[in-house]
Design a protein around this ligand. Structure first.
Ligand SMILES: Cc1ncc(COP(=O)(O)O)c(C=O)c1O
Length: 392
């Protein structure tokens, strides 16, 4: 390995949501933070150097996104996912969540039904409800330890719904949806003329041994119904730079999205976000493969440790993302009891499963994009707390 992911970076006092908001979120400033989806690793040198080089020019006036920036995205998607896109198809949004909201506003009407597949990343719910659209749950099925889509239910729901928000790969259950599953999904969407947002922010975090299937490549009949969202932010830990891409092939739909994002003046963006994105996509391949190996190792370590020391916890081993979805239901605690036990007795701060909607009861989401030593500490604290629970 040429990058050192074991290096401990003190993030406290950097206005870090993950570290500096612990007291606010967990009512405990000491909890080991394994919640919000960013990583404790340092941003790679080639990105820091690009930012510093631009920062050394003393004027930070209005900028635009260059051809080189767009080309870096085009080349990355071609190389990593064999997806051919054109520069015109790429629109900007200051984040994937803002883009979801804009897409809902631009392409649907109040009262429209929008399908989501819980347990899922919770801003999907607000992107629907906050704009007075109706949330429709197509809850995932957990069969033999593996999550699957409920196609039978979806067939029915798609008849009246206007849009589906797909999480591909899926946060928090960690599925890198298989091509055959996406083909089945695409057929339902085409048949029912259902608009689809495919949130592919985790697509570059597919773990060794698994593959990402770009939804846009599955079925050309979907071209006029599909919006894809992508970013360097999750992969290269740039969430604080607020930059993402919205990729729309269909010209009419692109214009609808663009009208709103430009009308709100949200497409101006952040100079350093563009510089970082371009540097990441131009230079990031070997860093990313080392990162994925490190995360994969953290996941295997967690799985083995839990099997040995905490066998009542069921581990849903992810195929993608640096999140592990853990089932604590065998302990028989309520969600409230589980949450306070983990915070107060074990000293670990996870995302509560219930926040991800139906199907999240009894679960927690654990973020393992941290040093191996911090992960070990967290697991040991959990093991100690649960062993004391049974002594009492
Ligand atoms: C599925 C998914 N979409 C979007 C985001 C966040 O996107 P952004 O920070 O670009 O708004 C996350 C962050 O965890 C996520 O998991």
């Amino acid at each position: 390995m040429s990058y050192n992911f074991d290096k401990i970076i003190d993030r406290k006092g950097t206005a870090s949501v993950k570290y500096d908001l612990r007291n606010l979120i967990f009512n405990n400033p000491e909890v080991i933070p394994m919640w919000v989806a960013d990583m404790d690793f340092e941003t790679p040198d080639f990105i820091r150097e690009a930012i510093i080089a631009r920062a050394n020019h003393p004027v930070y006036g209005y900028t635009f996104r260059s051809d080189a920036y767009h080309q870096s995205i085009i080349n990355w998607l071609k190389k990593r996912h064999d997806w051919n896109i054109e520069q015109d198809w790429i629109l900007f949004s200051p984040g994937v969540v803002p883009a979801l909201n804009i897409a809902v506003l631009a392409l649907t009407n109040p009262g429209d039904e929008i399908i989501v597949q819980p347990p899922v990343y919770f801003p999907f719910f607000t992107a629907v409800k906050d704009h007075n659209r109706q949330l429709v749950y197509n809850e995932l099925l957990l069969k033999d330890g593996k999550y699957q889509m409920n196609f039978d239910q979806l067939e029915e729901q798609a008849q009246t719904a206007r849009m589906l928000i797909l999480c591909n790969p899926h946060n928090p259950v960690g599925r890198a949806w298989h091509k055959s599953e996406l083909e089945q999904l695409a057929a339902i969407c085409v048949k029912n003329n259902l608009l689809v947002i495919s949130d592919e922010i985790h697509s570059d975090l597919v773990l060794p041994g698994h593959n990402h299937s770009v939804f846009a490549k599955i079925n050309p009949a979907l071209d006029s119904q599909l919006i894809t969202m992508h970013a360097a932010s999750k992969t290269f830990n740039l969430a604080g730079l607020a930059s993402s891409s919205v990729i729309i092939k269909d010209q009419a739909m692109r214009e609808q999205f663009k009208r709103l994002v430009s009308g709100l003046h949200m497409d101006m963006g952040n100079l350093f976000g563009f510089v970082a994105t371009q540097a990441a996509f131009e230079n990031g391949e070997s860093w990313l493969s080392e990162l994925l190996a490190y995360i994969s190792n953290n996941i295997s370590f967690t799985e083995t440790y839990i099997k040995q020391h905490l066998p009542k916890i069921r581990v849903i081993v992810p195929e993608a993302t640096y999140m592990i979805w853990l089932d604590f239901s065998a302990y028989g605690m309520s969600d409230k009891e589980l949450k306070s036990f983990l915070i107060d007795k074990a000293g670990v701060g996870f995302n509560a499963g219930v926040d991800f909607g139906p199907g999240g009861e009894g679960f927690m989401r654990m973020n393992v994009a941290c040093t191996h030593s911090l992960l070990q500490q967290a697991l040991e604290k959990m093991s100690k707390a649960f062993s004391e629970l049974f002594v009492e």
